[in-house]
Ligand binder design. Structure first.
Ligand SMILES: [Ca+2]
Ligand SMILES: [Ca+2]
Length: 99
């Protein structure tokens, strides 16, 4: 019974994660969703570019230090390919908005 509960809980967490990914609208989504996606992407690009001081298209640990507590604190977790820097998609946390 306990195990069953744990399994149900694990499943619902997976579903929630998949669901939140699908809430991120595509850039060419129709209507307001697409407009919001494009506006948000522009804001994210501005934030990314402002932190990318050497303009190599990646954020190093030094570049995020002191500018984003969230990125600095979660750097290792966000750096999914473990190359020591955050690329655009690692920064965004999803792959729906290619640059
Ligand atoms: Ca950089
Ligand atoms: Ca990386």
């Amino acid at each position: 019974m306990r195990n069953q509960f744990a399994l149900m809980f694990a499943l619902s967490v997976c579903v929630a994660a998949a669901f939140s990914q699908s809430l991120i609208p595509d850039l060419d989504a129709p209507g307001i969703r697409g407009e919001m996606a494009r506006a948000e992407k522009q804001k994210a690009e501005a934030r990314f570019d402002a932190m990318d001081s050497n303009k190599d298209g990646k954020l190093s640990r030094d570049e995020v230090a002191g500018k984003s507590a969230y990125l600095a604190d979660n750097f290792d977790k966000l750096d999914s390919d473990k190359d020591g820097s955050l690329g655009w998609e690692e920064f965004l946390g999803h792959k729906r908005w290619p640059r």
